[in-house]
Design a protein around this ligand. Structure first.
Ligand SMILES: Nc1ncnc2c1ncn2[C@@H]1O[C@H](COP(=O)(O)OP(=O)(O)O)[C@@H](O)[C@H]1O
Ligand SMILES: [Mg+2]
Length: 265
């Protein structure tokens, strides 16, 4: 089982879109079984899959922190994408923000999620990949996610703010991991919403390739900006299903191939 989280400290760079679409491409291999986990109270990944996250009766990621004894099978929505029955999801909930506040004073608070997965490893080992979406902060819920996963994938778009978001994440997370006693698990950086007609696009790639912390982890293939990628959210279908021949779908499959060869996926 590989565990992966998408992150950065800038909103709108395409974390959720990339998470949803790369998971879709991974799921084309029927040997893969994927569990998505939405760690963002804005619930964008949950919405992309087509699940209503304001439903207070549905278990969600918050339940893990509220009721440590919950059986994992009760958290999961199975086969939420008809075309890709090997993708399950633990949805988010708008009240995840409350969990953040409740956890602040608990001892060992950053390790609760890791403990839950470890206690229920028999159940979770049915999945080849557990993939988390996050929102742009390093609050307690996200710390739990980033502490638990083998690999963090940073997502940048073509903007100076996105560079700052990736650099800030990398800087702050390195401070965190010293306290948490783990190795640096930032393993990849994807450029999303790429348009080679924009002058800054090539400069951005060159910049990341010149930086010590990013040069070895930058994913070679950028994901192009396109209306088709935007449509994946409204249609609740990843690009590889929605428009498999589209250049964005080709890029997404290439990115997945590269991440598989680097053992991130
Ligand atoms: N490759 C892309 N091409 C076109 N639109 C994109 C692409 N990636 C993301 N978007 C759009 O940009 C916006 C922000 O993306 P999102 O994935 O929600 O970012 P984040 O999760 O980092 O906040 C959304 O409206 C999404 O549809
Ligand atoms: Mg998002």
């Amino acid at each position: 089982m590989k565990t992966i989280a998408f992150g950065t400290l800038k909103g709108g760079t395409g974390k959720t879109t990339t998470c949803f679409n790369l998971a879709g491409a991974l799921a084309l291999d029927p040997n893969n079984k994927i569990l998505l986990v939405d760690g963002d109270p804005q619930c964008n990944l949950t919405n992309d899959i087509g699940i209503d996250c304001s439903d207070m009766n549905r278990n969600n990621i918050r339940t893990i922190f509220e009721n440590k004894k919950i059986d994992p099978s009760e958290l999961i929505v199975k086969g939420a994408i008809d075309e890709l029955p090997n993708v399950d999801i633990i949805p988010s909930n708008i009240l995840l923000i409350k969990t953040e506040m409740q956890l602040v004073s608990i001892a060992g608070r950053e390790k609760l999620l890791a403990n839950y997965f470890s206690k229920n490893s028999d159940f979770f080992s049915q999945y080849t990949h557990v993939i988390f979406d996050t929102n742009p902060n390093l609050g307690v819920v996200n710390q739990n996610i980033f502490y638990f996963v083998d690999s963090i994938i940073l997502v940048s778009d073509v903007s100076l703010n996105a560079i700052q978001g990736a650099e800030l994440f990398s800087f702050l997370w390195e401070e965190n991991i010293e306290d948490l006693g783990i190795e640096n698990n930032i393993k990849a950086l994807i450029i999303n919403n790429f348009d080679k007609r924009i002058n800054l696009a090539k400069d951005l790639q060159d910049y990341y390739l010149s930086e010590e912390e990013f040069k070895d982890i930058l994913v070679e293939t950028p994901i192009p900006g396109s209306v088709a990628m935007k449509d994946t959210s409204l249609s609740h279908l990843p690009i590889v299903v929605l428009q498999p021949q589209h250049q964005a779908a080709i890029a997404v499959r290439r990115v997945v191939k590269e991440l598989v060869s680097r053992e991130v996926f």
